[in-house]
Design a protein. Structure first.
Length: 65
């Protein structure tokens, strides 16, 4: 049920917004691995130099176990 709501790339920054389902399940290690996978996938593209993640527009207290 995880879904990418939007992906905006501007000036080398990829802003990826997901639905809340992406936070469900798993502990702290699972959350760390999940965010690392997303970041590394986006950073493989030469036009992306950094990644900002959000969940339904929220950027604070996200991906917490």
């Amino acid at each position: 049920g995880s879904r990418l709501n939007s992906l905006i790339i501007s000036n080398g920054v990829a802003r990826a917004d997901f639905n809340a389902v992406i936070e469900s399940g798993g502990g702290s290690c699972s959350m760390a691995m999940r965010t690392a996978q997303i970041r590394q996938t986006l950073l493989q593209f030469p036009t992306i130099t950094s990644v900002r993640l959000s969940i339904d527009g929220r950027t604070e207290d996200i991906f917490q176990p």
